[in-house]
Design a protein around this ligand. Structure first.
Ligand code: FES
Length: 190
């Protein structure tokens, strides 16, 4: 009896087996990436620009204008996962002369850079404006004003509490997260 030989048979078979084996692994990897992108900022994360000509690039200290305004950014893990799957991870970075920072704020800064949640504590809008007159962050929704040199204390408006801050450390010309947010991120819960 002639033996039927299918040259590609075993290969297809192996592909099929590999496919069956890899599919759950790939789904698992995708799920892990999604989970990592939802995690709050972790120690050693750096930051990437949210917008502008350097969108998606790691934010270097020299990229930040001295004395404001703030730059909006998202944390990025050491393996390159941008943690932008939740708006609660929006961060604002600003650089100052360290001598002008309050003692507590200076202790959480690196090379004069301070990092705060970019989500207003009033109703959760992005804190996306800068007041030259007050040298301060402004939320455009209802006008809350936060003092970046002093722990993002509320200077005006309806915000009930300061913006949570991230402690930073220097990292090869950039800044990295040293410890988690100082408090709950987001607007007032109803
Ligand atoms: S949401 Fe920012 S002031 Fe209301």
């Amino acid at each position: 009896m002639r033996r039927l030989d299918f040259p590609n048979g075993p290969l297809f078979g192996r592909r099929a087996v590999l496919g069956l084996t890899l599919t759950p692994l790939l789904f698992g990897a995708a799920r892990a990436d999604e989970e990592a992108a939802k995690m709050p900022p972790q120690p050693d994360d750096r930051f990437v620009f949210l917008t502008g000509p350097k969108k998606g690039q790691v934010t270097q200290i020299d990229d930040l204008p001295l004395g404001g305004p703030q730059v909006q950014a998202y944390p990025v893990s050491q393996d390159g996962t941008v943690r932008n799957e939740t708006p609660l991870n929006l961060v604002i970075l600003t650089r100052f002369d360290p001598a002008g920072l309050s003692e507590e704020t200076r202790a959480r800064s690196a090379a004069g850079v301070v990092a705060y949640s970019g989500v207003c504590t009033h109703q959760g809008c992005a804190v996306n404006m800068w007041s030259k007159d007050r040298d301060a962050f402004v939320c455009s929704c209802h006008g809350s004003v936060y003092d970046p040199r002093n722990g993002a204390e509320v200077l005006a408006g309806p915000a009930p509490r300061p913006l949570p801050s991230l402690a930073l450390k220097p990292a090869d010309g950039a800044v990295a997260v040293a410890s988690a947010f100082s408090g709950r991120v987001g607007g007032t819960q109803k």
